[in-house]
Write a protein that binds this ligand. Structure first.
Ligand code: HEM
Length: 594
């Protein structure tokens, strides 16, 4: 008969129960039940929420060869060091406190919650907690002061590059390029000047309004057909179309073959970047591709090459037929095709640059265009010089984060009819006819709703992409050695009762009572990050979200479709924090209710 060992909760934190097991025995960890054979010794320890498990199966009958004994002892000591083996192997003698062993929380669909619980369980862990994932050394901050020390410190202005990102050639993209690189500075400057600056965001208002109107029509059509609307797809299509219109000057019919392919590519890329890949943390298995991530990346890269290549061909054909009559109004593809002589790009470079940069350059005026051309020349010949790379980050980042945030906002609207009515009353007092972009500035309550949703459901609860220490730094008085990955648990900060009164309550009014900026200056709520690598698309994201939410609320009364009137708020952390159960609503035209 197997012998039942005590459940992990019986073990004291960081103790090392030692057991000699003469016969078959079984015990439980958080994920598995482990059965041991006779003549074996078991060592196990509990580390708060996440168990670290060490099994050493040592023959008890014969003495250990000395070398093996030393090896085992060393392994035990590494495992038991605060922060786990990766910290023990570092030259840091007094790391921040943290759980022993290897923490597997990052592969969890609620990693932000698991890390928050761990940080609270560890002494001083809220300010800074050290932990190991495989051989990767990490720290996480769950407190505004240490979060600021990480985000605004130039020592943390690089990002660790995941294997998938490298294979999708993202390492040349703005989100991953090293901050010391002129290439990254150039991308940031161009993004600020040509894409995300206030003038550019205002100039794209007509796009936002018309895509929002199309979204309203899609909701009405879904209601007419099914009597309910699944918002995820409607929002995703609107966001994708918005970004693609900016990138390629083109609208996609998402039911067409091309549209379906585009959506598939984005979804696949998103999934690949969001997948927790052990190869990122265990160098020995890197080349084995056990999870098939590299294989999938290579397949996706091929598809993207064909897709973007086709867009270039279309532009070439249009130009051959005299299609570009206003030389100043061509889109970014035309800017590239205008390059002549030694500046002329190969097809693969053009795909690369187009994918990377197209957003920034769309419809630039003559003067800007000259500036862009010289930047482009430097970029292409000085930086990538014939190497193929491409970048889907704008599409991934822009499309999905906005769609995901909007789904959470609409879930909250369906759940809280009184808040919805208040927002609609505000709209009725401001809007004449249809919602215009200029109305958004006069809708402070709707802006508070967006802030409160960013607090409760931040799309990047761990600020999506972590930072990497490029040299030694100090955070909260602790040395953080170069090469450490640093994360900020914004979800934990935004749910901390020491910072927010009744943090679990959805209450937009809190932002009427106190004006809190979400743009990165106040680390109590910085859903777009802060410092040099703060999200460059934050103004565009907010402008789009405010407008589209206003359009949806102005047009319809929203209620949950489920018979019990509930909305499932379960979370799933992929690359962003999504609703685990897609939101399905009933949307009744308000005109019908009046
Ligand atoms: C609700 C919408 C969005 C949220 C919550 C969000 C959030 C974030 C966060 C937390 C970061 C990391 C910041 C840091 O490390 O300090 C980031 C970076 C970034 N975001 Fe956004 N974002 C959103 C929308 C957008 C949009 C619309 C775009 C572009 C079209 C965009 C493009 C980027 C890029 C390129 C980076 C990397 C910047 C760099 O590393 O230099 N984001 N975003």
């Amino acid at each position: 008969m197997p012998r039942q060992l005590p459940n992990r909760s019986h073990f004291h934190h960081r103790t090392l129960p030692y057991l000699k097991a003469p016969s078959l025995c079984t015990f439980h960890t958080s994920h598995s039940i482990i059965t041991l054979h006779s003549s074996a010794m078991v060592l196990t320890m509990a580390t708060g929420q996440e168990d670290s498990l060490l099994l050493l199966l040592l023959p008890t009958t014969s003495p250990l060869p000395p070398l093996m004994a030393v090896f085992i002892l060393a392994a035990v000591l590494l495992w038991l060091s605060p922060g786990g083996p990766a910290w023990a192997l570092s030259r840091c003698r007094r790391p921040p406190s943290g759980p022993t062993g290897v923490v597997t929380a990052l592969s969890s669909p609620v990693a932000h919650r698991t890390l928050a619980a761990l940080s609270h369980a560890v002494d001083g862990g809220k300010a800074l907690m050290a932990f190991s994932v495989g051989l990767t050394r990490l720290v996480v901050s769950s407190q505004p002061d240490t979060a600021r020390e990480i985000l605004v410190n130039p020592a943390f202005s690089d990002r660790p590059i995941k294997d998938a990102a490298r294979h999708l050639l993202f390492h040349r993209a703005m989100g991953f390029a090293p901050s010391g690189d002129a290439h990254w500075r150039g991308l940031r400057r161009l993004a600020a000047n040509h894409l995300f600056g206030p003038r550019r965001v205002a100039a794209a208002a007509h796009h936002r309004v018309s895509i929002g109107e199309a979204m309203v029509a899609d909701v009405a059509a879904a209601m007419a057909r099914h009597g309910e609307v699944s918002l995820k797809r409607v929002l995703h299509i609107a966001s994708l179309n918005h970004i693609m219109a900016t990138v390629f000057g083109k609208h996609y019919d998402m039911d067409s073959q091309e549209g379906v392919l585009l959506e598939e590519m984005v979804t696949e890329g998103y999934d690949l970047l969001g997948t927790f890949n052990w190869a990122d943390h265990l160098p020995l298995i890197k080349h084995l591709d056990l999870q098939g991530v590299r294989r999938r990346c290579n397949r996706l890269v091929q598809k993207v090459e064909v897709f973007v290549g086709k867009i270039i061909q279309e532009h070439r054909a249009r130009r051959a037929n005299g299609g570009v009559d206003d030389e100043y109004m061509g889109d970014f593809v035309d800017v590239l095709l205008d390059l002549e002589g030694e500046e002329k790009l190969s097809e693969s470079d053009m795909i690369a640059v187009l994918w990377v940069r197209s957003i920034e350059f769309r419809n630039v005026c003559c003067v800007t265009k000259m500036h862009v051309l010289s930047d482009l020349k430097r970029y292409v010949h000085g930086k990538i010089s014939g190497r193929f790379c491409f970048d889907q980050e704008m599409i991934f980042r822009g499309a999905d984060t906005v769609a995901i945030l909007m789904e959470w906002i609409m879930a909250r609207m369906a759940l809280h009819p009184e808040i919805q009515s208040k927002a609609q009353a505000e709209l009725d007092g401001v809007v004449v006819g249809g919602v215009a972009d200029a109305d958004v500035g006069n809708l402070p309550y709707i802006q508070c709703i967006v802030k409160e949703t960013l607090r409760m459901h931040p799309p990047g609860p761990l600020l999506s992409w972590a930072r990497l220490a490029i040299h030694d730094a100090h955070v909260g008085g602790h040395l953080v050695p170069a090469g450490t990955t640093a994360m900020v648990n914004m979800w934990s900060i935004a749910h901390d009762p020491a910072i927010w009164a009744e943090p679990e309550k959805f209450r937009p009014e809190r932002f009427q009572e106190e004006d809190v900026s979400v743009l990165g200056s106040d680390l109590r709520l910085a859903p777009f990050g802060a410092g040099r690598r703060v999200c460059p698309g934050k103004m565009l994201a907010l402008a789009t979200t405010h407008l589209w939410i206003a359009q949806l609320l102005h047009e319809f009364e929203w209620a949950p479709a489920a018979a019990n009137g509930g909305v499932d708020l379960s979370e799933r952390l992929n690359m962003s924090l999504e609703m685990a159960t897609p939101l399905v609503c009933k949307a009744v035209p308000r005109a019908q209710l009046a």
